[in-house]
Design a protein around this ligand. Structure first.
Ligand code: ADP
Ligand code: MG
Length: 238
């Protein structure tokens, strides 16, 4: 694991600037959440950290390493895609091992890593099932399992619960919190849902039009919002 640091990061699409100088140090093991209204730049910032979007200006460090120009595969970070991105025709075992197989790892090595991931994610009894025979929560864990086997420095999530119904969202929030405690890994998580941010985050980064409006623990933001935008967004009493 390693910390991840953003230094004066900017993103321009043509002559439109959507990320306007972001400085942030994400500590090892931290559950950090980017929150803010639609269009404020959350996904762009996450994709820049993942390397899926080029950084126009500034630097991104993974540990001591300047990763700004590295392709996604070199950064050692795992973007967790939504659970419906599982391969429906493959068993849980094959879904979880897919990236390792694609990378040409030996069979016994893959089997060992898949078993370890299944153990951590409590999927051992489901390894031979297909995604359609799992609950929503189990599917989400399989999606995470596909990343865990690669032993990433951090997990990156972009609104992973946004397509789930309300009851399942609550269940998944609880599952993600539990998973973070058991993995002790860095999680960088994007949502526009204040409740999700307040219940899951060690620290919340409130983004307003491509800039950080405030960074702090849920309690700090609630009790001492730095400006009216943060107060209104977090729902602090006025
Ligand atoms: P959020 O995830 O917070 O809803 P995004 O990061 O998706 O916001 O988008 C931030 C801004 O950047 C928006 O104004 C969006 O229209 C713009 N944007 C995102 N991707 C592109 C792109 N590929 N080309 C041009 N503009 C983009
Ligand atoms: Mg987005």
């Amino acid at each position: 694991m390693a910390s991840i640091e953003l230094q004066a990061v900017e993103k321009w699409f043509g002559n439109v600037q959507v990320i306007k100088g972001v400085d942030l140090k994400i500590e090892e093991g931290e559950f950090i959440i980017f929150v803010g209204p639609s269009g404020c730049g959350k996904s762009t910032l996450l994709r820049m950290i993942a390397g899926l979007e080029e950084t126009s200006r500034g630097k991104i460090f993974v540990g001591e390493r300047d990763a700004t120009a590295e392709p996604p595969s070199k950064r050692g970070l795992a973007m967790v895609f939504q659970s419906y991105a599982l391969y429906p025709h493959m068993s849980v075992r094959d879904n979880v091992g897919f990236a390792l197989k694609a990378a040409g790892e030996p069979k016994d090595e893959i089997a060992k890593k898949v078993d370890e991931a299944a153990h951590v994610l409590k999927l051992t009894d489901y390894l031979d099932r297909r995604p359609k025979d799992l609950s929503g929560g189990q599917r989400q864990r399989v999606a995470i399992g596909r990343s865990i086997v690669r032993d990433p420095t951090a997990f990156l999530f972009d609104e992973p619960l946004s397509n789930l119904d309300a009851a399942l969202r609550v269940e998944m929030r609880y599952e993600l919190a539990k998973l973070h405690r058991s993995l002790e890994s860095t999680m960088i998580y994007v949502t526009h849902d204040q409740v999700e941010a307040m219940t899951l985050a060690d620290r919340i980064v409130v983004l307003e039009a491509g800039k950080i409006a405030q960074v702090g623990s849920p309690k700090e933001l609630y009790e001492r919002p730095g400006n009216l935008f943060v107060a209104q967004f977090i729902g602090s009493p006025k």
